[in-house]
Design a protein around this ligand. Structure first.
Ligand SMILES: [Zn+2]
Length: 135
């Protein structure tokens, strides 16, 4: 399991490093349970930054924040001994899957089910207008 911890920690640092490069401080709120370093980034956001790239940056940033949270979560589960167990059904997640995606929280079956559910919700959302929800 040590190998996985090292891998997760490396990925966590990488993701945080990339967040820093994107600019803007990382708040403790965004990174619950993550490394306790929330010092604001010294880099000022350039005024010349075009709206387009700012929007792109925002999307990338959101994805990175989600990733950091997932990894931090996985690390927490690792230290609590819950790591490698599917949060949906409680089954053990296949080791190969964990090696490929160390931050996953669901087994492949549940992932499949959730993705199908998500697609269905998207369809429903498209039918009834914007009903995007925070989960
Ligand atoms: Zn499962």
């Amino acid at each position: 399991m040590d190998e996985i911890r090292i891998k997760l920690e490396t990925e966590l640092r990488e993701a945080i490093g990339r967040l820093r490069q994107l600019g803007g401080g990382i708040t403790a709120e965004e990174l619950p349970g993550a490394i306790g370093d929330n010092s604001p980034c010294a880099d000022e956001v350039d005024e010349i930054q075009a709206n387009e790239s700012r929007e792109l940056g925002f999307v990338t940033r959101t994805m990175l924040v989600e990733r950091v949270n997932r990894i931090a979560d996985a690390l927490e589960r690792l230290s609590e001994g819950d790591y490698g167990v599917c949060v949906e059904c409680g089954e053990t997640i296949a080791p190969a899957r964990l090696r490929a995606l160390p931050e996953v929280q669901t087994c492949i079956r549940c992932q499949d089910r959730l993705e199908r559910l998500e697609r269905r919700m998207e369809t429903v959302g498209a039918l009834f207008g914007d009903t995007e929800e925070e989960i």
